[in-house]
Ligand binder design. Structure first.
Ligand code: GLA
Length: 720
């Protein structure tokens, strides 16, 4: 089974991954994390020797120091000078030294109360290590879950106050790992609004490299994830370990290389804007972190992470369900629509074979622009020409499902909600607001606010036949100051997240038939916390096909392709002003969950014909993209003029090749396909041409495009 205890060793064994922890007189030492080891004999044991300026906890033993040991939770203040995983103020200090007191093995996955958790499956087993600091009267529990079907381990920590006085947690990481000295690279997903999830790879040097958010959301600029790989690792070879956090708020992830070249990794809630008062007897649980390992490069790491998220994180009813092809009216109409326009759009969409009509922002309250009405979740019948359900019935009658946009966590100053409850906005007494898109954030740390939003959204979802919801979040949190005391305010950011998870778990469980897509000005909260409830995410507000190449590359680097909403929009593109062929816009959007977001009613017939063909073709290849294994063939990294992605599912293979700018006097690119059967013959659809798997993988497939910018080609093979 997944967890084994042998002597003083704890084995946590997932599919092709092991974590081995030693109990050394109560100290927990990390002996190994990485490739599977059935039996460990101490081959990498740390040489205990006297290191200058590394303190020793035992007299007359100058060779043991916490500073040189590889740990899973840092002992804080006793000579380990690296980043601590815990800082708890108790008595007059922050020192902690936890020693193991017991261990147990539980069936199922670890669960952090009130937070997003992996699905508990029969093939999962959890090791619980209980430690105690007798001086501080604190208990620490570390949870590690092994999964038989995935190379991922999930983990989190819990601190309990055993004393009779309150203590204050100033830092608690979800997990911390020390790995042997070696040459490593760190890969992170960085960016900004409209250019999310740029893949950044850099060498791990002495010092600390951190990615973090203090925005109250994970943010566009960083993702709560970090990959440590061998410096020599490539797409197909080398070892790589990913850390990811199931959390959507302020986070930090760091890699630290100390003076001895030891490398420490950590991920958890950000210390910024955080302190947690832990009353006597109470406990605090961290968000869950995922550790995913690959022995075969970054490509395999992607596949392993995607597999785990699809099978263990996404809501089960959607994880393996084909996602509808949608039309969204946002870039088609913005706020300027009436019922007739919406129905014309739906009509055209239905003729083209599109399956879902999404009514975006502007359908409620006095929402004629983005300056007002957030919080007033009452249908604007004037704009919709009557009750919402009438519009929905007409859309349904055209054979389309119906989706609706919400931004439930926000409040406009110009709203009935603000006029009734000005104190519900996040704010600090005596100070003015900080506006962003002219709106404020509701204080979800207040249970009354959560109850109001629950009831308001639930009413609309119950009274109307809604198939899909787009849940937006269009600003970050500032002016935090709603607490009665300093500490209450320091608890507000995490309390907000607990309120948010309470809200979204309630609504998604009650309306489990509705497909929820999360959005935050595109990918401003594209993290696994949200994905646990919302199986789809709008990857970016940037709908330009060429800009989307790196965004989609990064958005599917760890998250499954099936999570990624991807739309064909107008040309010239509204964000970039770029003119691209409709074929390329389609081919790029078909590398995710295809949708359209443009005014179909004003397109020339020739474009409509292309769209009808794209929609029909996507229905054929949809399982390959949404359930298949993804292989990256050419990465659209900075300076790259090309991108190529391949998907393999059962006997079908789809390859998409995009060339940004036209080139001259250069030999065409040969794409070496991956993951095929050497002996099998693959027929290129639309032709009679067959190629062997070996030929496509080892000789390659030549990608031929005519002259011109922003051209692309899609190849679809079926195994004979
Ligand atoms: C955000 C979203 C867009 C759209 C608008 C509506 O910017 O990312 O897709 O829904 O809000 O206001």
């Amino acid at each position: 089974m997944g967890i084994r205890i042998e002597g003083n060793l704890f084995y946590i064994q997932s599919k092709e991954m092991s974590m081995i922890i030693e109990n050394k007189e109560g100290d927990l030492l990390l002996r190994h994390i990485g490739g599977k080891i059935a039996k460990y004999h101490g081959s990498n044991a740390i040489l205990e020797k006297d290191h200058a300026f590394s303190g020793n906890p035992t007299p007359d033993n100058r060779t043991f120091s916490y500073d040189t040991q590889r740990q899973v939770f840092g002992v804080h203040g006793f000579g380990d000078f690296r980043q601590p995983s815990l800082k708890i103020a108790h008595a007059n200090n922050e020192l902690t030294q936890f020693k193991l007191t017991s261990s147990e093995i539980l069936n199922g996955a670890n669960e952090a109360t009130g937070l997003p958790n992996p699905h508990s499956t029969e093939d999962a087993e959890t090791l619980v290590l209980t430690l105690e600091d007798k001086v501080a009267a604190l208990e620490l529990k570390l949870y590690y879950t092994a999964y038989a079907d995935c190379s991922t381990i999930s983990t989190h920590a819990e601190v309990r106050n055993l004393s009779d006085k309150a203590v204050v947690i100033n830092r608690v990481l979800s997990t911390m790992l020390d790995v042997p000295a070696s040459a490593y690279d760190v890969v992170t997903l960085q960016g900004a609004y409209a250019r999310e999830k740029t893949v950044r790879r850099q060498k791990v040097e002495q010092g600390i490299f951190t990615v973090a958010s203090n925005r109250g959301a994970s943010g566009h600029s960083h993702t709560p994830a970090m990959i440590l790989c061998e410096h020599t690792a490539t797409e197909d070879a080398g070892q790589a370990l990913a850390l990811q956090l199931l959390y959507s708020g302020n986070f930090q992830a760091f890699v630290q290389k100390n003076q001895l070249n030891e490398v420490r990794l950590g991920i958890g809630i950000n210390d910024d804007n955080f302190a947690w008062q832990l009353s006597a007897g109470d406990s605090f649980e961290t968000p869950v972190a995922l550790l995913t390992f690959s022995n075969h490069g970054l490509g395999k790491l992607t596949q392993e992470s995607q597999l785990f998220i699809q099978d263990h994180i996404m809501p089960k009813q959607f994880a393996h369900a084909e996602r509808p092809i949608l039309i969204n009216n946002w870039e088609a109409t913005y706020f300027n629509f009436k019922k007739e326009k919406l129905l014309d759009l739906a009509d055209e969409a239905s003729k083209l074979g599109i399956e879902l009509f999404v009514l975006d922002d502007g359908w409620f309250g006095n929402r004629f622009d983005d300056n007002r009405a957030l919080g007033d979740w009452v249908v604007n019948e004037e704009k919709l020409g009557g009750p919402l359900n009438d519009l929905i019935a007409e859309v349904h009658a055209k054979g389309l499902k119906f989706g609706l946009w919400f931004e439930p966590e926000m409040i406009s100053v110009d709203s009935d909600l603000y006029r009734a409850h000005p104190d519900w906005a996040i704010q600090a007494e005596g100070r003015g607001h900080t506006y962003s898109r002219n709106q404020l954030v509701l204080n979800l740390a207040n249970p009354d606010v959560v109850a109001y939003i629950k009831a308001a959204i639930d009413k609309i979802l119950t009274e109307n036949t809604i198939d899909y919801v787009k849940w937006d979040y269009n600003r970050n949190i500032t002016n935090i100051g709603n607490g009665d005391t300093y500490l209450a305010t320091q608890m507000q950011s995490h309390d907000y997240m607990l309120g948010l998870y309470d809200l979204v778990s309630y609504l998604t469980e009650k309306h489990s038939n509705i497909l929820f897509e999360s959005c935050s000005g595109g990918g401003g909260r594209n993290d696994l916390g949200m994905m646990r409830y919302f199986p789809q995410v709008w990857a970016s507000d940037n709908t330009d096909a060429i800009s989307r190449l790196p965004i989609q590359y990064g958005s599917s680097y760890l998250h499954p392709t099936i999570s990624m909403g991807s739309h064909v929009s107008a040309s010239p593109n509204h964000q970039m002003g770029r003119t691209t062929p409709i074929e390329t816009r389609g081919n790029v959007a078909m590398m995710g969950n295809l949708g359209y977001e443009l005014d179909l009613t004003s397109l020339p017939e020739s474009d409509k014909e292309v769209i009808a063909a794209q929609v029909a073709y996507y229905k054929e290849i949809r399982p390959v993209i949404q359930f298949g294994k993804q292989y990256r063939l050419i990465n659209p990294e900075e300076g790259s003029n090309e991108a190529a992605v391949q998907f393999v599912y059962e006997d079908k293979v789809v390859v998409t090749y995009v060339r940004t700018l036209s080139t001259i006097e250069i030999i065409e690119t040969t794409l070496k396909l991956k993951g095929l059967e050497e002996e099998a013959l693959y027929c290129l659809q639309g032709t009679d041409q067959v190629y062997s798997g070996a030929e496509l993988m080892y000789a390659g497939l030549i990608a031929i495009l005519p002259q011109g910018d922003y051209l692309s080609k899609q190849y679809y093979f079926v195994k004979q």
